[in-house]
Each structure stands twice: as C-alpha cells, then as structure tokens.
Design a protein around this ligand. Structure first.
Ligand SMILES: Cc1cc2nc3c(=O)[nH]c(=O)nc-3n(C[C@H](O)[C@H](O)[C@H](O)COP(=O)(O)OP(=O)(O)OC[C@H]3O[C@@H](n4cnc5c(N)ncnc54)[C@H](O)[C@@H]3O)c2cc1C
Length: 401
C-alpha cells in the first residue's frame, strides 16, 4: 500500500518538505503520496511584510495561493488541524475529517505572544502580520519626528536580524526625509549570554555597532520587560524606563495552540516543542518530524525561515530514505542571513555544525559578513518573490486555482 506522508502547515517548512517529497515520489516512481493540510489558503513569505511596512508593497505580493502546489503533485487540504493522535497516527481537522499517516511532518511556525506582557498588545506598531504591516506603513509615512523605541521583549524571536533591519531602515528613511528622530534599540541579553547585537556572532555584531553608531542609535540592554503603558507612551523594564513617540515592537514567540500540550511542549522551555536531533524527530515517535520554527531553538538553531527550510529538507530526506528513494541524505548546510540595513543590506553566512555530545546544532560563533551593499536588498526581495512566483502560476487573488 502507498505510504502516506502528511504535512501540516503551509508555510516555509511545510511547503519545502511537501515539494521535495512530491518531486522525489514522481522522479523515483515511489509508492507514496504526500498531503499538505494548512488553515490558510495562502502560502505567505513573512520577510516581505517588512517591505509592506517600509516600501508599501501590496500584501498580495507577499503570498501565493497554496492550492497551486497541487501542480507539483502535492494533495492540498485547506483546513485547520485541531488534534494529533500520535499513538493512532492520525490528525483531525476543524471540519471533522480524520487523516491517517505513516509519516507526519509538523511545521506550524510560532504565534505572536503579544499578551505575555501587560500593555504590549495595545501599544505600538509591528509588521509581524500583513495587516499590521500596512498600518505600520501609514504610521511611518505620517510620523512627525521624536523618539522611536524599537523594543525586543525577549530572545530568541522570529528573525534574529529583524530589529537591526527595522531600526536602520527607519533611521535612513527619516535621515533622507530630514525628519529629526532619536532612536533607541532596547533588547535583552540572550539566554546563551550574547549581547543582543552579537546573536549573529562578533563579526556581524561589529558591523551592526558601526552602522547604529553612524545613525546615532543608542542601544539599551534591558534586564526584563515589565510592561508597556500605551497611554503614557512608556516602556518599563527592570532597569530602565523609556518614553516614546513611536513604539516598534517585536513579538515574543509562543507555541501554536495545536502544539501547546504535553505531547509536544518542551519540558524546560514551554515556548517551544521538544525535538530529537539531528533529524528533528519527535522524542517518542520516530515517524513524526518537527521542523517548524517551534522546534528550532531546542535544536540549537535560530527562529528563521532559512533554518526551518533546511530542517524540513533534512527530515524529508530521512523519510525518503526509508521509502526507497535514491536521493542522498540531506546534510545540514551553512545558512545565510540576508538582511536590509539602512540604505543597503548584508549577507551573513553562518557555518552550522552539529555537536553530537550536546545533541544540538551550533552556529552563532561562526557567522561572518560576506556581502554588503544595495545589491542585497534586490537579492532578498527577488529571491522571495521568485519563490512565490512558482506558486502563482495558475492561481488567483482569492487563493483558488
Ligand atoms: C516580519 C518577519 C520577517 C522575517 N524575516 C526573515 C528573514 O529575513 N529570513 C528568514 O530566514 N526568516 C525570516 N522570518 C522568519 C520566517 O518567516 C519563519 O521562520 C518561517 O516562516 C517559519 O516557517 P514555519 O513553516 O515554521 O511557519 P510559517 O511559515 O509561519 O507557516 C506556518 C503555517 O502553519 C499553518 N498553521 C498554523 N496552525 C495550523 C493548524 N492548526 N492547522 C493547519 N495549519 C496551521 C499556518 O496557516 C501557516 O501556513 C521572518 C518572519 C517575520 C514574521
């Protein structure tokens, strides 16, 4: 009987995994099928939400209809998964359907924990969902000047380089517009003891310091966010209080509701799932792979699409090996961090390596700047848009084929 591979989550990880699986099934005529279940009819590319906020590109340009992936041989179901029965190898959806599997790949991202700190949900702007990115864009355009606080409540967060990107993009925008701003970059020390500017290593940290200094941005390291007061426009941390005219906030990452239970939740850090490295398996179920952003930190990796993408390919190659593909196993490669900064951008390369003794991937100490300049902005946007272009063929703006 055909092996059933079920993938849940139609974002970066789920799509990378489904596509690789479908291509190998077809190329090797494997007796297997791949089904992708996702609650949104769209496949989004979240990094482009920064372009919505800064450059006002349309939300339409940041997504593609998920159903278009069927052209590549992936059966696609738009539905919300409401429960996973690991013992019975099945999942149930909001419409009451049950799907069984031989292999399960889980890639559900993280959710924005705005309610974790008092006042954070009500205050400020962000571009961590497409609608909020549009609101943020209007606020940027109409801001008359004053103090901007870029607030990172906790580490790690989605996209480690994001605060540097938004801080320098705003600084550059207001410099060219000749609007007077005083920008404070407020962030904590990481759990591993890294200064917030050094989370991508000392080389990228040095560059970040230089650029922030040129823009006159002050970096304030806080010892824990206590609350935000939206009426008084005040950020209160354990060691500093800061008034703001514009607050830009980064969300604390939290587990998607489906995974927030003892079957999946990490015992020591309940923001993430447990996961067995190096293949990203569930600790108790070999046939279940956890490759979404929710599993990156326990695996030692960052909360970024590039890490999720490679984890998904690694896991998928393990499944393919078991079902008879000639595809070789995917070894975790060096990862790139492609970021906008100020009037240009940079590419950081991180040599990811696996520490078998500690049972985790490592990378922070081996990152360096490899390209710097305006070409990077073009590269980044072109890469994400061409990835989406692959799916847009045949789809329409309603997310239907
Ligand atoms: C503003 C911003 C900028 C970023 N910039 C970068 C960057 O420059 N570089 C980089 O590498 N990364 C970046 N990232 C991070 C990157 O987007 C994420 O790491 C990546 O999208 C995570 O992939 P994922 O597959 O785990 O989750 P996602 O891509 O978030 O996809 C999750 C999917 O699961 C679906 N889903 C959730 N719950 C259910 C359910 N119960 N049932 C069915 N479906 C469900 C959702 O609809 C969604 O399709 C950025 C993120 C943001 C928000």
């Amino acid at each position: 009987m055909a092996k059933k591979v079920l993938v849940i989550g139609g974002g970066v990880g789920g799509v990378a995994s489904s596509l690789m699986m479908a291509e190998e099934i077809r190329a090797n005529k494997l007796d297997a099928e791949v089904t992708l279940i996702s609650k949104s009819p769209y496949h989004y590319m979240p990094p482009l939400w920064l372009d919505v906020a800064i450059d006002g590109i349309s939300v339409e340009k940041t997504r593609a209809p998920l159903k278009a992936i069927e052209k590549y041989g992936v059966k696609t179901v738009i539905d919300e998964v409401t429960s996973v029965n690991l013992a019975e190898r099945s999942v149930t959806t909001a419409t009451g359907r049950t799907y069984t599997y031989d292999y399960l790949v889980v890639a559900l991202g993280t959710v924005n924990g705005w309610n974790v700190y008092p006042g954070l949900a009500e205050a400020g702007y962000h571009n961590y969902d497409p609608e909020s990115a549009q609101v943020f864009n209007r606020a940027i355009k109409t801001f008359k000047g004053g103090r901007i606080v870029v607030l990172v409540p906790e580490l790690p967060h989605r996209c480690g380089v994001y605060p540097l990107e938004i801080t320098t993009l705003l600084a550059n925008y207001y410099k060219v517009k000749n609007v007077k701003v005083d920008i404070k970059y407020v962030a904590p020390i990481s759990l591993l003891g890294y200064h917030p500017l050094d989370i991508l290593g000392p080389d990228i940290g040095r560059m970040a310091r230089r650029i922030l200094e040129e823009y006159g941005v002050e970096v304030i390291v806080h010892k824990g966010l206590e609350r935000v007061d939206p009426e008084k426009r005040l950020v209160v941390t354990k060691n500093a209080e800061l008034e703001y005219d514009m607050l830009v906030k980064v969300p604390p990452p939290r587990l998607p509701p489906l995974l927030n239970n003892p079957d999946f939740r990490h015992e020591k850090d309940e923001r993430f799932t447990k996961v067995r490295t190096p293949h990203f398996q569930h600790p108790d179920y070999d046939e279940v792979y956890l490759t979404g952003e929710h599993s990156m930190k326990p695996a030692g990796l960052g909360l970024a699409g590039i890490f999720v993408h490679f984890a998904s390919l690694r896991a998928t190659s393990m499944i393919l090996e078991e079902i008879g593909s000639v595809y070789s196993l995917y070894d975790y490669p060096p990862a790139h961090c492609v970021a906008y900064v100020g009037n240009g951008g940079f590419v950081g390369s991180c040599e990811v390596h696996y520490d078998a003794g500690e049972g985790r991937y490592k990378w922070n100490d081996r990152c360096y700047v490899t390209i710097r300049g305006p070409i990077v902005k073009l590269l980044k946007r072109t890469f994400y848009m061409s990835w989406l272009g692959r799916f847009k063929f045949g789809g329409n703006s309603e997310g239907e084929l």
